[in-house]
Design a protein around this ligand. Structure first.
Ligand code: HEM
Length: 173
């Protein structure tokens, strides 16, 4: 008899499951489904910082592109690159530097120089054993910036910095 009553109550939708009993498992399921940000998967602030330090070292030693950095303040550049990559990967910082178009204005960056910089970044990511998925996601986030940075369509590298280029003010000490 009792079973019959319960069955009929269920059929009529009369059994009320308390909201608290539902909330917990649903919260867990939602949490498990939400993938971590690229920033978190890369390893957060210490990883982004180490990656950019290594990358900046490669760029400044790369004769295909280092002439372009002759007038720029490396402290500002490295600090702004860290914040830029943090924001671009979903991390907890807001980039306050120049837009990509303004930062690279009058720099005469070629397609091949852009490619050289990406190669330097790939070499860094490989050194840090960043998995293919995260490496692909980071390159996919930065690649579309090409048109804002490249101003000369050429496969030449090692171009001099044009005299018209004005660097951003150095970082405050
Ligand atoms: C996806 C590729 C690139 C990204 C994400 C990027 C990002 C940045 C960022 C965030 C800054 C700092 C701007 C500021 O301080 O306000 C910067 C500055 C600079 N970038 Fe790039 N950049 C890229 C490609 C390149 C390439 C290909 C070159 C040259 C070959 C280059 C040369 C420079 C130089 C020289 C500065 C310093 C500008 C100044 O002193 O005012 N960048 N870049």
């Amino acid at each position: 008899m009792r079973k019959l009553i319960l069955t009929s109550m269920l059929a009529l939708g009369m059994v009320v499951v308390p909201a608290t009993a539902m909330a917990k498992p649903m919260k867990h399921a939602a949490h498990a489904m939400k993938e971590k940000t690229l920033y978190e998967r890369l390893g957060g602030a210490p990883a982004v910082s180490a990656v950019i330090d290594d990358f900046a070292g490669r760029v400044l030693a790369d004769t295909r592109i280092n002439a372009k950095f002759a007038k720029s303040d490396p402290t500002r550049l490295v600090a702004n690159l860290k914040t830029f990559v943090t924001q671009a990967t979903g991390g907890p910082k807001v980039y306050k530097g120049q837009s990509m178009a303004a930062a690279h204005h009058n720099m005469g960056v070629t397609d091949a120089e852009f490619g050289a910089l990406v190669e330097d970044l790939v070499a860094t990511l490989d050194k840090f054993n960043v998995p293919a998925k995260e490496k692909g996601e980071l390159l996919a986030a930065l690649g579309p910036l090409g048109p804002q940075i490249v101003s000369v369509h050429s496969n030449e590298t090692g171009g001099a910095l044009p005299a018209s280029f004005k660097p951003a003010p150095a970082a405050k000490k």
